[in-house]
Design a protein around this ligand. Structure first.
Ligand SMILES: Cc1cc2nc3c(=O)[nH]c(=O)nc-3n(C[C@H](O)[C@H](O)[C@H](O)COP(=O)(O)OP(=O)(O)OC[C@H]3O[C@@H](n4cnc5c(N)ncnc54)[C@H](O)[C@@H]3O)c2cc1C
Length: 262
């Protein structure tokens, strides 16, 4: 027996009795509560990144109107306009994503009949994928926004006296806590595949249909003369090849799942 005690129980927990009223859930099912707390935390984190990034955008656009270089307001330079526009676009994308999911979650929550707590846990579990996506996409959007804000402030962006310096430093932790973005990325795929294999999500039929279309060559256009059309066709083809690979993986997963079941 090492410092961690026997098999799985740490020394300090051996002989330790937890009062019944302190149990998170039924015995052996406390992890469900813990996971759902994480899901709610991830979604909230993604949503809070929107508020934070909006403040940074407001501060940056105000500064861009005040700061002059080469006799002009820096906000009048095309590249500065592009930065501010890109920041606004990315914030809008995350805000829309969070707004829509929040609406869905709220609608499902309010449709509770019977045990309200059990229903809420079910809803949080149902939206676990969206919560992880909101966390990853929101935190990376915030990082992008604060990075561009530092750039707009130039050298002053690096000074503690200016607000974007702190925003830049504080933003970084969001990609680490509530499950690192790497772990959340893996979770998203795992959860999607689990639901696809369980028949809750019609991902496999969609991938198989796409694969069939590619085999039939329906999407190959041979005489596309305009350059942009060629590029678009090439991109579409790449996307379809990627989907086809996923479909092949799905097929072999389904095959091994069926074999194991039998
Ligand atoms: C300010 C702050 C507040 C916190 N608050 C809380 C809190 O309130 N409650 C709480 O429970 N925790 C909290 N934490 C802990 C936080 O959740 C962890 O730091 C975080 O989950 C990452 O775990 P770790 O630090 O052990 O990193 P590690 O697990 O050591 O990970 C290190 C790196 O390896 C990568 N990695 C690990 N495993 C894999 C894998 N399988 N595949 C690919 N990459 C992998 C990670 O993505 C990361 O980049 C807090 C942390 C900080 C810094």
């Amino acid at each position: 027996m090492g410092i961690h005690g026997s098999s799985t129980t740490p020394v300090f927990l051996e002989n330790c009795k937890v009062p019944k009223e302190n149990l998170l859930h039924e015995i052996g099912r406390g992890h469900i509560v813990a996971f759902n707390i994480l899901n709610a935390g991830r979604f909230t984190l993604g949503a809070s990144c929107v508020g934070g990034s909006k403040n940074v955008l407001t501060t940056s656009s105000k500064y861009a109107k005040e700061r002059k270089a080469f006799g002009k307001q820096i906000g009048d330079f095309g590249l500065m306009k592009e930065k501010l526009a890109e920041m606004a676009i990315q914030i809008f994308a995350v805000e829309s994503m969070v707004y829509r999911s929040a609406g869905n979650i709220e609608a499902m929550m309010s449709a509770a009949t019977g045990d309200k707590i059990a229903h809420q846990m079910k809803v949080l579990e149902e939206y676990a994928i969206e919560s992880s996506i909101a966390k990853v996409y929101g935190s990376e959007m915030l990082d992008f926004v604060v990075d561009e804000a530092v750039q707009i402030f130039g050298g002053y962006g690096f000074h503690e006296e200016y607000p974007v310096c702190r925003a830049y430093r504080d933003s970084r932790i969001n990609r680490i806590f509530e499950g690192t973005n790497e772990i959340n990325r893996m979770l998203i795929i795992q959860m999607l595949m689990k639901r696809a294999m369980g028949g809750q999500l019609p991902l496999i039929p969609a991938a198989v249909k796409l694969a069939d279309e590619i085999w039939q060559g329906r999407h190959l256009k041979r005489r596309q003369k305009a350059c942009w059309r060629k590029k678009r066709a090439w991109l579409q083809m790449q996307r379809r090849c990627f989907c086809r690979q996923r479909a092949a993986q799905c097929r072999s997963s389904v095959r091994s799942w069926r074999m194991n079941r039998n």
